[in-house]
Write a protein that binds this ligand. Structure first.
Ligand code: NAD
Length: 373
C-alpha cells in the first residue's frame, strides 16, 4: 500500500487498546476456538436475483472471498441456471425459484442469501429469506421507504437472523481513510461537503418505474452522496434537509420518477453537504473540508475501481485496488460466524432510507424537513 501521507504512529496506549479489543473479540468467538486454530468453515451464500450486479460483480467476487463462497442461487430465469451451476460448481439442488425458496430452510449449504433484485422487491425478498431462517444481505437502497425497512428488521429479529446492506465502500481503503480523517479530525471537523453523482440513463430496465425503484436517481445513486456525508459525520444522519427536483427535460422517460434533485443535508455538528444527483448528467465526485484541510474524490468516487483522490496533503494512493464486494461479503460472513453486527447493518440501511424519505418530503413541500431517525 502506497500513500503519500506520513505513516501514522500508533501510540502504546492505543496499541494496547486495540490488542484488548482483539482479545475480547476472540473470547466472543467460541466457534473459532473450538476449531483448535483450524480454518473455520466457509459460509454458503445464495445470490437472489441474477441481474447485472449479481452477474458481473458479486458472482466473480465470491470467487475471491475467504470466509464465504457461492453455494446456490434463487432466480426466476431457468435459462440462466446451467451457466451458473457450471461456472460456480454448486449442486442443482441449490437452485430455487422465488416460489420455491421457502424450502431453502431445510438446506444446510446456505447460510446467507444476498438480495440483488430491484429496490421495490427488497422487502418481499428479504422477508422471505428471514422466514427461511437465513441471514440476509440486501443491496442498496435497503428498500423503497423507511417503513419497508422496519418490516424487514422486524422479520429478521423474529427469525433471529442478521441483516446487512451492500455498502461496499466501507471496505474501500479511500473511503476508509475518509472515515478515519472524520474520526481523528486530522483536517478538523469535516464541515463543508459537496457531492455530485449522475449518469445518463439509457438501459433503464426498472430504474424509472416508481414501484420497482422507489424513486429516481436519489434511490439509486444520490444515496451514495448521503451515505458519504454520514461517513464524514461519524455515522450520524443529517438533522435537516432541503431539496428541489430539477426540471424534467426528458418527459418521455421521466413520467413516474424525478429526473434529478439538488439538495442540502445539514448535520447537528454544523456540517453541511450540498448535493446534486440526476439521470441526465455525468458526475461522480465528493469533497469534504475542515478548518485544517480537505479530501477530494475527483472521479469514480462511488464506483468499484479507478477512484482518484486528492487531499490538502497530497494525493492518496492505496494501489493495488481491492475487491470491495469480496471484502464486504467476507466481513458479513465473519459477523454471522462471530455473532456480531455488521458496520453496514440493516439499521444503517434504514437510516439512509429515513434520510431519503425526508429529502422527498422536502422536495414535495418546499420546506426544510427535520430528519427523524
Ligand atoms: P438488474 O435489472 O440488472 O437485475 C435485477 C434482477 O432482478 C434481474 O435478474 C431480474 O430478472 C430480477 N427480477 C426479479 N423480479 C423482477 C421484476 N419484477 N422486475 C425486474 N427484475 C426482476 O439490476 P441491477 O443493476 O443488478 O440492480 C439490482 C439491485 O442491486 C438494485 O437494488 C441496485 O440498486 C443494486 N445495485 C447495487 C450496486 C452497488 O454498487 N452496490 C450496483 C448496481 C446495482
Amino acid at each position: 500500500m502506497n500513500t503519500s501521507f506520513p505513516t501514522r504512529i500508533v501510540s502504546r496506549r492505543k496499541f494496547l487498546g486495540q490488542l484488548s479489543a482483539g482479545m475480547s473479540a476472540l473470547a466472543a468467538a467460541p466457534y473459532i476456538r473450538a476449531q483448535g486454530g483450524a480454518a473455520p468453515r466457509k459460509l454458503g451464500v445464495a445470490l437472489l436475483g441474477l441481474g447485472n450486479y449479481a452477474t458481473k460483480e458479486l458472482g466473480p467476487a465470491l470467487k475471491l472471498t475467504k470466509d464465504c463462497y457461492l453455494a446456490g442461487i434463487v432466480t426466476g430465469s431457468p435459462q440462466k441456471v446451467p451457466e451458473w451451476v457450471k461456472g460456480y460448481g454448486f449442486p442443482e439442488k441449490n437452485v430455487w425459484s422465488y416460489e420455491t425458496m421457502g424450502r431453502m430452510a431445510e438446506n444446510k449449504d446456505i447460510d446467507i442469501v444476498y438480495v440483488v433484485t430491484p429496490n421495490g422487491l427488497h422487502m418481499r425478498d428479504a422477508i422471505a429469506v428471514a422466514k427461511a431462517g437465513k441471514h440476509v444481505i440486501i443491496e442498496k437502497p435497503m428498500a423503497n421507504t423507511a417503513a419497508e425497512c422496519d418490516a424487514i428488521l422486524a422479520a429478521c429479529k423474529a427469525a433471529k437472523v442478521k441483516c446487512g446492506i451492500g455498502y461496499r465502500l466501507h471496505f474501500d481503503p479511500y473511503h476508509k481513510e475518509m472515515m478515519r480523517l472524520a474520526k481523528e479530525k486530522d483536517f478538523g471537523v469535516l464541515k463543508k461537503m459537496t457531492g455530485d453523482r449522475g449518469f445518463h440513463i439509457n438501459n433503464w430496465r426498472w430504474r424509472i418505474d416508481r414501484k420497482l425503484a422507489g424513486g429516481g436517481p436519489m434511490m439509486d445513486i444520490g444515496i451514495y452522496i448521503n451515505h458519504a456525508a454520514s461517513m464524514c459525520a461519524e455515522g450520524a444522519a443529517p438533522a435537516f434537509v432541503t431539496a428541489q427536483h430539477s426540471p424534467i427535460t426528458k418527459p418521455d422517460l421521466f413520467k413516474d420518477v424525478e429526473e434529478g434533485t439538488r439538495y442540502k443535508l445539514e448535520f447537528a455538528n454544523g456540517a453541511v453537504c450540498d448535493a446534486f444527483t440526476s439521470y441526465s448528467h455525468s458526475a461522480d465526485t465528493f469533497r469534504a473540508e475542515g478548518d485544517k484541510g480537505w479530501i477530494h474524490f475527483k472521479e469514480k468516487t462511488f464506483t468499484y475501481r479507478g477512484v482518484k483522490v486528492d487531499t490538502s496533503r497530497g494525493p492518496l494512493d492505496f494501489t493495488p485496488y481491492v475487491n470491495q464486494q469480496a471484502l464486504q461479503m467476507d466481513d458479513f460472513a465473519r459477523c454471522v460466524r462471530e455473532g456480531r453486527e455488521s458496520v453496514v447493518s440493516g439499521e444503517v440501511g434504514r437510516r439512509d432510507n429515513v434520510v431519503i424519505d425526508a429529502i422527498y418530503e422536502a422536495a414535495r413541500t418546499g420546506k426544510r424537513v427535520a430528519v427523524k431517525v
